[in-house]
Write a new protein. Structure first.
Length: 462
């Protein structure tokens, strides 16, 4: 079996990093090697969590070197020396570059079929008219790219044998070559959304930013092939998100026990006297003659006629809804399966949260269901998503018990920390739901205190 590694140098790009890791694990690299260039956005916490699950090796750049290009070159030389006898093939990439294989199922199969230092040309993707960031995979958000004759497609990434090289290959070594995508390509998400693009280029003139945007914002051709590994990528990313949430729970519990003075709220409050204020009060199934269920065979949500439901294959979904706010008419809600599905997360189209329970807002006055993370309407794969009152089983009540304890005194950071202080059961999905339903400023405080441990997929949008 060939031993392969994808190698990355990154600084302050946590929004892309998790998806980069998940994608390159999904395509079959044996190992990922990441050099963190002293990021301050929580990159270290994400890498530590991911490394507890996969063979991810973390380096730190030499901060004594003045410039990023110097630190990059130094890392490349050091890592090649370290791994020269261990790996058969390695590929150097940037965090906005994703390897895509046209035919083979894995990197191993690709390298067996192409044994002479294969290379892959860039394929530059535009913004898809996205103006702001959102916590979805780049392969899901950005689906349009430049034509094959776009000049930047001459840029390449080449697999190399580390035993034969002391420096990384130059991606600009063939400026006049024509792009060949028949076997592989590098999906280069050069633009991303407009806000993130401008942030990355801060410090340059508005004219330069606009010129660069017009150059890279190429949306001529629709390409769905990039989503080939998306299902597995989501699963891997869900595991990383939930691992970070479990770490956050442990860190909060430790701080409550040993360093309560460092908490962003005081535990000495009269909050407990308020009684239960946010426990879900109504439970609903979705659909009438056709029910919304989780299919254990396809691991997806679907509508199934009531008379064809199979107990071992179709798990009903329950929507637990709290009392709406008298001011806004918005009710916090959680969607989950009536019993355990043995799957790490539920995927609902348009919902970023990769959890076993899905946080939602019911806008009762507009009769809409909205994701608190993206503030976009949520639709289910069912023609008539009417709600019918349901009586959940004791198993369902047990599964939601941790969430209910966390929000027992409301949807504020103070209430959440009180809930954690009085309930030591670690449930990453419950904590993720509780965070997603916080006021955005409260979630920001938590994220600032524990950089990298509050995934973007559960941070409520302002």
């Amino acid at each position: 079996m060939l031993k392969t590694a994808a190698i990355l140098f990154v600084r302050n790009d946590i929004g892309n990093l998790g998806w980069w890791l998940a994608h390159h694990i999904a395509v079959g690299f044996s190992t990922l090697i990441v050099c963190d260039d002293h990021s301050n956005d929580g990159t270290a916490a994400l890498l530590n969590s991911a490394a507890s699950l996969h063979d991810i090796r973390v380096y730190q750049s030499d901060i004594s070197l003045a410039s990023a290009p110097e630190r990059l070159k130094d890392f490349e030389e050091h890592v090649l020396k370290d791994i020269q006898q261990e790996f058969d093939w390695v590929l150097f990439l940037a965090v906005d570059e994703f390897l895509h294989l046209e035919h083979e199922a894995s990197v191993h199969d690709f390298l067996v079929a192409h044994s002479t230092a294969p290379l892959a040309h860039w394929c530059v993707f535009g913004s898809n008219n996205h103006g702001a960031p959102a916590p979805f995979a780049p392969t899901e958000r950005f689906t349009h790219h430049a034509s094959q004759t776009f000049p930047d497609h001459s840029i390449t990434r080449r697999f190399i044998r580390p035993s034969d090289h002391v420096t990384a290959p130059d991606p600009f070594s063939a400026p006049h070559s024509s792009a060949q995508w028949s076997d592989a390509r590098i999906l280069h998400f050069a633009c991303g959304d407009r806000a993130s693009f401008e942030s990355k280029m801060s410090g340059t003139s508005k004219e330069h930013i606009q010129s660069a945007w017009e150059h890279f914002n190429q949306n001529e051709i629709l390409f769905a092939g990039a989503q080939r590994h998306l299902t597995q990528t989501r699963t891997l990313h869900a595991t990383m998100d939930q691992t970070r949430l479990a770490e956050l729970h442990w860190r909060l519990t430790e701080m409550i026990a040993n360093r309560p003075e460092q908490l962003p709220v005081s535990l000495q409050s009269d909050l407990l006297a308020a009684g239960d204020t946010s426990v879900p009060t109504q439970n609903f199934s979705i659909g009438s003659t056709v029910k919304l269920v989780y299919n254990t065979m396809t691991h997806s949500l679907q509508g199934v006629p009531k008379h064809t439901l199979e107990e071992d294959r179709h798990i009903p979904l329950i929507l637990s809804v709290e009392r709406p706010s008298p001011t806004t008419g918005i009710a916090a809600a959680v969607l989950t399966t009536a019993r355990s599905s043995n799957n790490a997360f539920l995927y609902v189209t348009g919902v970023a949260s990769l959890l076993a329970h899905i946080p939602l807002e019911i806008h009762t006055r507009e009769r809409r269901i909205v994701s608190p993370v993206t503030k976009t309407a949520v639709t289910f794969p069912i023609e008539e998503p009417s709600l019918s009152k349901a009586a959940p089983s004791p198993e369902y009540a047990t599964r939601l018990a941790t969430y209910q304890q966390l929000v027992r005194h409301g949807h504020t950071l103070e209430a959440l920390i009180h809930g954690i202080a009085r309930h030591d059961m670690v449930d990453a999905s419950a904590l993720g739901c509780a965070i997603a339903l916080l006021p955005p400023n409260d979630a920001d405080k938590l994220s600032d205190m524990f950089p990298g441990l509050v995934p973007a997929s559960v941070r409520p949008k302002h």
